[in-house]
Ligand binder design. Sequence first.
Ligand code: FES
Length: 94
Amino acid sequence: MPADKNNILLTLIYKGEYHPISTYTNEYSSLMTLISARLAIPGFGLCCGMGSCGTCLVTIGNKYTSISRPVLACEIRVDDELSNTQITIPEPRY
Ligand code: FES
């Protein structure tokens, strides 16, 4: 990690398994590329971030509340706003 970057800790949840992730601002071009690189889920992010396939739909919440919101991961930047979040990736439907 470059010395001038803040560490971002988040958790990916996929198939009931929790994956703690450490990254830093803009290590990845989007949350979709981070998930693709770290979990290699087949069929995830099919349109490569064009916002048209919907395969990167995830929910973002945190461990302190039950509130979560659905987002397209390809539209989410990797920055401090993702710190301490829990990102749930649904299982593919195909
Ligand atoms: S990668 Fe296709 S909508 Fe996000």
